[in-house]
Design a protein around this ligand. Structure first.
Ligand SMILES: [Zn+2]
Length: 361
């Protein structure tokens, strides 16, 4: 059966409103059952339902409106039934605002690339993915339909069902197979949505190299939005972004820092997730308007003052660079925490400023 005949009418795409555009870039508003997200929005990756080292209030105070949790990890630990008994994912993780939950394509790719036993991709076939659990190594199975069932049961506001990671089957001589797989999986995910949960479905596409392919995806995948996995530092998503229906959400799952995030904003992505702010913070790397600076090494008298003079985060309001350096020198956990607070605020401000500037233009 042709996958195009499987589609149901859009349920939610009309809810996303684009307020202004400039070139490829745009700003908008995205209502969800747990609040409206002003776009473009940075959504920190909270794979286990937590931004490592930070409490939900600290994340919120940094200017973050949307969290990206992992639909691979949470169903394994603590499990969907446990989360349901604990009043749902929002109560469980202490985040009353919108939650985007990714079924795990990005996590599986990262875990597999890490080369460990846990999380390894065992098999990708026409129906789904078998993988070794990142928790205990047991072999698990996930399909597009089972991923939607899990995302609905968790109570996600924005759901990214399992999609073909591209990297696994995306070799040049098998491209026809990859395209067919993406469409079939997206169709299976779409059919599985019950329509009772307000779930916004953001389907995944990957590794598009020219306009013909882009047109094919746009015609075959009429979803609420589209997810892109940045598997390289120079993703070439331009052809697809130009052709996708304007009122669909574009979500980029990346691991990049400020430079890559700025490229994503200019390219027209509406939602962008990353774990770079605290991954860099652990290494003592702080974001500033003049580039990333290392705060490892002994305190420097000439550095007196905050990390960033005009930053309103707790770290910059209360403490000076030499003290933060001291914390890294003494291997205190407070050092990475304070720099995480700052980096998260820096990135949230980058997105907010982009939005304000574009609306003023
Ligand atoms: Zn700061």
């Amino acid at each position: 059966m042709d996958s195009a005949s499987l589609w149901q009418p859009h349920l939610t795409s009309e809810r996303f409103e684009i307020e202004a555009t400039r070139g490829s870039a745009r700003v908008g508003s995205l209502p969800t059952p747990h609040g409206t997200v002003l776009t473009p929005a940075f959504c920190p990756r909270a794979d286990e339902g937590i931004v490592p080292g930070l409490g939900p209030d600290e994340v919120r105070q940094a200017g973050v409106a949307l969290l990206a949790a992992s639909g691979l990890d949470l169903p394994l630990r603590p499990g969907i039934e446990s989360i349901q008994r604990l009043a749902g994912i929002h109560r469980f993780v202490g985040w009353p605002g919108p939650l985007l939950v990714d079924a795990g394509t990005q996590r599986l790719c990262e875990l597999d690339a890490a080369g460990g036993i846990h999380g390894r991709l065992e098999r990708v076939d026409a129906d789904g993915v078998s993988y070794a659990s990142p928790v205990d190594g047991s072999v698990r199975r996930i399909t597009p339909a089972s991923s939607v069932e899990a995302l609905e049961a968790l109570g996600a506001d924005i759901a990214v069902p399992l999609y073909d990671p591209g990297r696994t089957l995306g070799t040049q001589n098998r491209r026809g197979e990859v395209r067919g797989l993406s469409a079939l999986w997206a169709a299976a995910a779409f059919r599985s949505r019950t329509g009772n949960t307000g779930l916004m479905l953001v389907g995944g596409v990957q590794d598009v190299r020219n306009r013909d392919e882009a047109a094919w995806y746009a015609a075959k995948l009429p979803l609420d939005g589209y997810a892109f996995l940045a598997v390289s530092r120079t993703p070439r998503f331009g052809p697809l972004l130009e052709i996708l229906p304007a009122a669909t959400v574009r979500y980029l799952a990346t691991a990049g820092g400020p430079d890559e995030l700025a490229i994503a904003l200019a390219a027209g992505f509406d939602l962008v997730s990353s774990d770079a702010p605290w991954r860099d913070a652990r290494e003592g790397l702080a974001y500033t308007e003049r580039g990333t600076v290392s705060l490892k090494g002994p305190p420097i008298v000439a550095e007196r003052g905050p990390i960033e003079a005009d930053c309103l985060c707790y770290t910059c309001q209360a403490l000076e660079r030499p003290y933060v350096r001291h914390l890294f020198g003494t291997h205190e956990m407070l050092g990475p925490r304070l720099v995480s607070v700052h980096n998260l605020a820096f990135v949230a401000r980058l997105f907010a400023r982009f939005r304000t500037d574009l609306l003023r233009a």
